[in-house]
Design a binder for this molecule. Structure first.
Ligand code: GLN
Length: 307
């Protein structure tokens, strides 16, 4: 595939934004222009990338942050501690549902990609306070996305913090059940990690590291262990698209993670890291045009991992 073929697929899928709407439960996200679609594909074979559309537009990482933060928590605390705290089961419930904890008799959040599990993951990040935790998260995101310009979007952060009562209730529920300790500190770091601005290209690079067993293909430096890259791709496959993960797996078939900022990344083992951006979302909070475009790419390049 070349840039031209990719541009044709972007053009074909562009109008799918009309079938969704931008997230409005976070006021700052409601202002984003829905008419955007961009994709970067990082090809591990040629160590090169192809791209089309709005690939340099900055948008809020939102739930895609749950991937680098999980990787950092594993680096900080080890696989055993992280998965003693958070389970690895898909849920079928919306990303912010309290059911993601209640149904589990062991009283652990069900997986690191629902909000409860992500908040518990953030609580495991090393750092003496929220500021230090977030600085470490930001530095790690810059490294794994190979993007030194990733910064906190203060407007999004303020909006998240102001309207984050469901996340607060999840956090206090977990504290009440001894699943996490510090609520305000953890939530400050969590709201901030969701509010950094990234690009489709940066997300393609993060996905390329996962696809490449933890090694950055652009520098040949190992960023995370092979084991953590394998585990994270596996959880992306079962829980990466919230309560649409099963359908996505059936119809697209690659490990992926979405965010309500309109981002979608896919890590195709040993071949590609893909970053997509289109802000209009479906009912589950996933990018409508992003999923359709990714589906076309997977078909075109024959990437379905279950085939
Ligand atoms: N910051 C958002 C929240 O906590 C992230 C959710 C998402 O992208 N699904 O609600």
């Amino acid at each position: 595939m070349n840039n031209k073929t990719l541009q044709q697929l972007v053009d074909k899928n562009f109008n799918n934004y009309k079938k969704g709407k931008v997230a409005d439960y976070i006021p700052a996200l409601a202002k984003v222009n829905p008419k955007q679609l961009g994709i970067t594909i990082y090809d591990l074979k040629n160590n090169d990338r192809i791209q089309a559309g709005d690939v340099d537009v900055r948008f809020a990482i939102e739930s895609m942050s749950k991937v680098p933060v999980l990787l950092l928590a594993i680096k900080d605390r080890g696989i055993k501690k992280v998965f003693e705290t958070i389970n690895t089961e898909p849920t079928g419930f919306a990303f912010n549902s309290i059911m993601n904890m209640e149904i589990n008799h062991r009283k652990h959040p069900m997986n690191p990609f629902v909000n409860a599990g992500a908040i518990a993951t953030t609580s495991l990040i090393n750092g003496k306070d929220a500021k230090e935790k977030f600085e470490r998260i930001l530095a790690f995101m810059r490294e794994i996305c190979d993007d030194p310009d990733i910064t906190l979007n203060k407007e999004i952060y303020q909006s998240e913090a102001k309207t984050g009562d469901i996340n607060r209730s999840l956090a206090y529920y977990m504290k009440g059940n001894q699943m996490i300790e510090e609520v305000p500190e953890t939530l400050e770091a969590y709201f901030k990690q969701c509010s950094v601005d990234v690009t489709a290209t940066g997300m393609a690079k993060l996905a390329a590291v996962l696809a490449n067993k933890g090694v950055a293909p652009w520098s040949n430096q190992r960023i995370v262990s092979e084991e953590s890259a394998t585990i994270v791709k596996s959880i992306m496959t079962t829980a990466g698209l919230y309560d649409e993960s099963g359908e996505f797996s059936v119809h697209v078939g690659v490990p992926a993670k979405s965010g309500v900022g309109g981002g979608l990344m896919a890590a195709v083992p040993n071949s590609y890291g893909i970053g997509v951006f289109s802000p209009a979302l479906d009912n589950c909070g996933n990018s409508v045009a992003g999923i359709q475009l990714l589906k076309d790419i997977v078909q075109e390049l024959d990437l379905d991992i279950f085939k």
